[in-house]
Ligand binder design. Structure first.
Ligand SMILES: [Fe+2]
Ligand SMILES: [Fe+2]
Length: 280
């Protein structure tokens, strides 16, 4: 019975590809990744055919989230500096959130906050390629958005459970669906051919100790999600501060003194990113 529901939900979630509101560029860009010989120029040309999307991507890459404020004027330049995976992640998140519009303003802010926090944590923990950590943070609750788009009745049922039982969104999802957005995230990551490191951050941000290949990614997104909720930046669907797994700090080799520096950095950055909030 539970398996049947899971298969049915998976089918409906992945029908997201047929949504007419998703830009065609997203599907084209997802296909390009299958060709290892594809050039930056070619990818840049495909993205640039969609001017609205291009403007949104440039706004994101120039934001304080990524640490190149105001310096990137062309998609090609963004691809070279941040890499194809990061740009694809940004395209996915802006495209999917766009469908929801103002209804998901709080979750968009929560995601931007998490992207910012993940970048800051990755830098403090001396991890390579902090931009990929940001993107995993940006996409970490995407399953919630896709549920709202594809399964609006279930989304409402989850929302009601959160209120009625005073539980976290994840707990409510488990009560309604039998599983959480972490699992939906893994399906979506596969669907859009995202690399495994970004996928593990999305799929294990509530249980970083279970990430088998990229525990540092999962631990970074886990800590980022926790800090953003602690700061009450944005709204992730419930008012609870999620349970924090201290193993995340061990995985990242961070001490309490590092955490203090991260918190200092973040309070400044949250002010700076607030102008990205939702007229995107
Ligand atoms: Fe989550
Ligand atoms: Fe979250």
């Amino acid at each position: 019975m539970a398996e049947d529901l899971k298969t049915e939900v998976k089918g409906m979630v992945l029908a997201v590809r047929d949504l007419p509101t998703l830009p065609t560029v997203l599907e084209e860009v997802s296909k390009l990744v299958e060709n290892p010989d594809v050039s930056t120029d070619k990818i840049g040309k495909v993205i640039s055919t969609d001017q609205v999307l291009t403007a949104k991507v440039l706004k994101m890459v120039n934001s304080p989230i990524y640490g190149f404020p105001g310096r990137i004027s062309a998609i090609n330049h963004a691809l070279v500096l941040l890499g194809f995976n990061v740009i694809r992640g940004i395209i996915i998140s802006t495209s999917v959130f766009d469908i929801m519009n103002q209804n998901m303003k709080g979750l968009w802010e929560h995601s931007l906050g998490c992207a910012t926090a993940a970048n800051t944590i990755a830098r403090h923990a001396d991890l390579d390629g902090p931009e990929e950590y940001s993107v995993s943070g940006l996409l970490h609750d995407l399953g919630k958005v896709v549920t709202a788009v594809q399964l609006p009745q279930m989304h409402t049922a989850i929302q009601e459970k959160v209120k009625e039982k005073d539980v976290t969104w994840l707990e409510a999802e488990k009560l309604v669906l039998g599983f959480g957005h972490n699992r939906i995230n893994a399906w979506l990551a596969d669907h859009w051919h995202l690399p495994n490191n970004i996928k593990e951050g999305m799929a294990y941000h509530h249980a970083p100790h279970l990430a088998s290949n990229y525990p540092a990614m999962a631990a970074t997104v886990h800590l980022a999600d926790f800090l953003v909720k602690l700061y009450e930046y944005g709204f992730s669907g419930d008012d609870q501060v999620p349970p924090f797994n201290p193993e995340a700090l061990t995985i990242l080799k961070l001490r309490t003194s590092d955490l203090e520096k991260i918190l200092d950095d973040l309070s400044d950055k949250f002010v700076e990113i607030s102008d990205l909030s939702f007229e995107q």
